[in-house]
Design a protein around this ligand. Structure first.
Ligand SMILES: *[C@@H]1O[C@H](CO)[C@@H](O)[C@H](O)[C@H]1NC(C)=O
Ligand SMILES: *[C@@H]1O[C@H](CO)[C@@H](O)[C@H](O)[C@H]1NC(C)=O
Length: 285
């Protein structure tokens, strides 16, 4: 009995996820572009996001690290981008199987993660996003991408890759703080460099700006997914207060929430595609 009940719950949850996904596609019909969450692509991009943490730069450059196999085989690194002063690391390369330029950003390193998370509670919206009236972001995330050696190195690597391989898609990814940088990078490539085919998929990304920023962002980089996991605190930070929705941080859409339903040995992984608000109250956020 118990087993059937949970099975029903799981099936119901999947139907909800499916119908929400369908609604999303309908909503976006007018833009002529049906963007749906691609689970296979997420499994590939999470490998790229994870590889950004590898500290052995030779292994990373030659794509011979232990995480650099199966799903990402044949990846060609164009440029490793390391900012030692600010402790940032990312890379740009070409995936022939995805037919895309992949850009991945490292998150905060393990030894400083606790402090970093504690700091996240107090981050102020203290930086205007240039060219977008009333859009505010956190200066720390903004400057990590915009005011370090990272941005010029990434932009020039993307230009080189496109010169050599043609007009490939651009996929930007990262985990945690790397996800925040991935979002700024995707937005920058679309706004300042006018690239049309930019996709962003982040994993466990914190909030980076206010509601006005989120709205600009989602218009400019509509092909964005934020994958969240039920047990992760980072996507809840810096906090969103629903009673001050325009004054606080706000996520941009679209969240895809991975969580387990079930009980005992009947656990089902549910993947819920959340609504277009960025702060779907029935999701992890
Ligand atoms: C999902 O992504 C994979 C990897 O890029 C691709 O091969 C597949 O065709 C995509 N599926 C859909 C439905 O777009
Ligand atoms: C941006 O970077 C430059 C050079 O590192 C530095 O002088 C400047 O103060 C930075 N701007 C801000 C607002 O932090």
């Amino acid at each position: 009995m118990e087993r059937h009940r949970w099975l029903k719950v799981a099936i119901f949850a999947c139907l909800v996820a499916f119908s929400v996904g369908r609604e999303f596609r309908l909503n976006h019909k007018h833009s002529g572009d049906a963007i749906s969450f691609n689970h296979t692509l997420a499994e590939i991009l999470v490998q790229y996001a994870s590889a950004a943490y590898i500290s052995d730069l030779t292994e990373l450059f030659t794509w011979t690290c232990s995480r650099c196999d199966d799903l990402t085989q044949g990846f060609e690194v164009i440029e490793l981008v390391v900012d030692v002063q600010h402790c940032l690391q990312s890379y740009v390369g070409v995936s022939k199987s995805l037919n895309a330029i992949v850009i991945a950003f490292r998150g905060t390193q393990e030894n400083s993660i606790q402090n970093w998370i504690e700091d996240l509670y107090w981050k102020q919206l203290d930086q205007m996003y240039p060219g977008m009236p009333d859009a505010m972001v956190h200066h720390g995330f903004y400057f990590a991408y915009h005011n370090t050696t990272i941005r010029p190195a990434i932009v020039s690597a993307v230009e080189r890759a496109r010169k050599f391989y043609g007009n490939l898609d651009i996929m930007v990814t990262g985990h945690s703080m790397g996800g925040a940088m991935a979002a700024f990078c995707g937005l920058d490539l679309a706004v300042s460099h006018n690239y049309q085919n930019v996709q962003v998929m982040t994993f466990g990304q914190p909030r980076i700006g206010n509601a006005v920023f989120a709205s600009y962002y989602s218009n400019i980089v509509p092909n964005t997914f934020r994958v969240t996991n039920g047990n992760d605190i980072v996507p809840h930070l810096p906090p969103f207060y629903s009673y001050f929705p325009r004054k606080t941080y706000r996520h941009f859409p679209r969240e895809v929430w991975l969580y387990d339903v079930g009980f005992g040995s009947f656990i089902y992984q549910v993947e819920k595609v959340c609504d277009g608000s960025g702060e779907d109250p029935s999701c992890c956020r």
